[in-house]
Design a protein around this ligand. Structure first.
Ligand code: SAM
Length: 325
């Protein structure tokens, strides 16, 4: 087994997953409490509201003011379900988010749209949300640097992020790193010619609802977590966390995967309650936090979260091969 890169771990053969499962601290239904008493990582099903409530109580969290969910989209789910089944599944975790969230809170959801299948499940998801107790807030598109289907169609580079509110959540304006170089939008006010940006308080521009300034995670970046096929850029999650929560508040993420939301919360002084159905991703989430605390690293770049164990397995195999000779 190669130590780097790891294969996609959710759909990897059982024999490959078997290399990692013995090193996972959590089994379904269990949780890991942060020794620093900030965060909690659970292993289990996001639609199990008994479990999510139990985790919330176990962590002694204040009601979350923000939820950032990145579910497996119907187009990439291992066994593609009918759109109706997918939406019914989504409704369950949307409702339990509503129950757990504070009276004034924001909900962000990453959602896909399959251009080869009538852009499902985005349309159906938006419709389901219209019937939920949340109010609509924003429809953000993040631009990925790399896309697919470049030869016979427009390159697919969009990543949809929809936001909702419960009550009246706060919102802190965010800025990109892009300098405010562009002039050209002028208007006349009381006979004086003014430039649109001249009263701006920032040297850089705001992201608006089309985010073009965020690098998609790839293997050469420090934050890369090999084996995680759907990792979101830390910069995107930090933007959400900074805009919609303040220090000390609780943030929910039911689909942890590589633990990006947890890491963003650690760096920004929020408390995170997160979980993943897959014990391997729950373990990676815990390790990503530990790695950050121990080494200040955001991910594993040219390595992976299980490097030490794989090295031990390899040297044991090497040793027994030497003894046999
Ligand atoms: C798209 S990934 C999330 C990526 C994450 N935002 C990140 O940056 O790493 C979706 C995750 O949801 C998990 N998942 C799938 N079904 C689940 C369920 N019913 N309950 C909890 N987690 C689930 C998968 O194991 C996968 O790790």
């Amino acid at each position: 087994m190669k130590r780097f890169p790891l294969p996609r771990l959710d759909t990897a053969e059982k024999s490959i997953r078997a290399n990692f499962l013995p090193y996972c601290r959590l089994k379904p239904g269990e949780y890991w409490s942060d020794p620093e008493k900030k965060h909690l990582v659970g292993c289990g099903d996001a639609t199990n509201s008994d479990l999510t409530t139990e985790l919330y109580r176990a962590g002694e969290f204040a009601p979350p003011t923000l939820a950032v969910h990145d579910p497996p989209y119907n187009l990439v789910m291992e066994k593609k379900s009918s759109v109706t089944a997918f939406i019914n599944w989504c409704r369950l975790w949307v409702n339990s988010s509503f129950e757990l969230l504070a009276d004034n809170a924001a909900l962000y959801i990453w959602m896909g749209a399959d251009q080869n299948d009538h852009f499902q499940p985005l349309g159906q998801f938006l419709q389901m949300m219209a019937e939920s107790q949340f109010d609509s807030r924003s429809f953000v598109t993040m631009r990925n640097q790399r896309g697919y289907g470049t030869q016979k169609n427009w390159m697919a580079v969009r990543q949809e992020l929809i936001s909702y509110s419960k009550g009246n959540p706060k919102f802190e304006v965010q800025y990109t790193d892009i300098p405010r170089l562009l002039s050209g939008y002028f208007k006349e006010v009381a006979g004086a010619r003014t430039e649109n940006g001249e009263r701006s308080r920032s040297e850089t521009i705001r992201p608006g609802n089309v985010w073009v300034d965020i690098q998609q995670v790839f293997y050469r970046m420090e934050e890369n977590v090999s084996g995680c096929y759907a990792q979101k850029p830390l910069k995107a999650i930090e933007r959400i966390v900074e805009s919609s929560s303040v220090m000390g508040e609780t943030v929910l993420d039911f689909f942890s995967h590589s633990g990006t939301t947890l890491l963003a919360c650690e760096r920004l002084g929020r408390r995170c309650l997160t979980l993943d159905l897959d014990p391997i991703f729950a373990e990676i989430t815990i390790r990503r936090l530990e790695n950050y605390r121990n080494n200040g690293k955001l991910g594993w770049q040219a390595s992976n979260p299980f490097q030490q164990e794989l090295e031990a397995v390899e040297s044991k195999a090497l040793l027994s091969a030497t003894v046999e000779r």
